[in-house]
Design a protein. Structure first.
Length: 219
């Protein structure tokens, strides 16, 4: 197995990209190393990264036009998109969170997320909305989906947690024909960047990647 040597993070989100070319044989090791990197970020660094992410998104015309935005509840050191939700609410935009589909394997549906939303942990221990406001929205009615990444490269290669939920949910985008929305934007700390990631046949392509430093449009 090829092993990636990660530099010490020193609780910053400014490390240089990891030099690694991911294959099926080393994705597990790369995932472990990148998760450790983001988990090591201090609360102060996490807060600054979250604010930076919001600034980068607000620079994008498609974000300012969007009315229905799906994001996620952060865990495992993921960059926190909840300030994005707070700004969206202030601008009268609607927000949604992913929920494990009750009967379709590895599928997500997206339910309303508001200031008064009540939560309960799902089988992975991640908070999910509960209660009568949980009625899902058709995924094609979303304008933007912010999905968490474990690793990424500048060509749009991405590494997730390995469950395949977003890939399965948005498989139609991989087929390409007739898929116009939602815009799929990967979200991560800049320190989660790697030089190159080998794409798997099931990987759904991203429209862009947002970090606390920049927005990378994928063409």
């Amino acid at each position: 197995m090829t092993r990636t040597n990660l530099p010490v993070t020193n609780n910053t989100a400014t490390d240089a990209p990891t030099s690694a070319r991911s294959t099926n044989s080393n994705r597990r090791e790369l995932r472990r190393l990148l998760r450790a990197r983001r988990q090591s970020l201090s609360p102060a660094v996490q807060a600054r990264a979250s604010a930076g992410l919001l600034r980068q998104l607000q620079k994008q015309p498609w974000f300012n036009r969007a009315q229905r935005i799906a994001l996620y509840w952060p865990s495992d050191g993921e960059i926190d998109p909840r300030p994005v939700a707070a700004t969206a609410w202030r601008l009268n935009k609607r927000c949604y969170l992913p929920v494990l589909h009750p009967w379709l394997k590895r599928h997500l549906w997206f339910t309303p997320f508001a200031r008064n939303t009540r939560f309960a942990p799902n089988r992975f221990g991640i908070p999910e909305p509960v209660g009568p406001a949980r009625a899902p929205l058709n995924n094609r009615h979303l304008d933007v989906v912010l999905l968490p990444l474990v690793g990424f490269d500048r060509a749009g290669g991405r590494l997730g947690m390995g469950g395949g939920f977003y890939d399965t949910t948005f498989a139609a985008k991989r087929r390409g024909k007739g898929f116009k929305r939602p815009r799929l934007v990967g979200v991560a700390h800049s320190c989660q960047e790697v030089d190159a990631l080998a794409l798997a046949s099931w990987d759904v392509p991203l429209d862009g990647i947002a970090t606390e430093r920049e927005y990378i449009a994928i063409r």
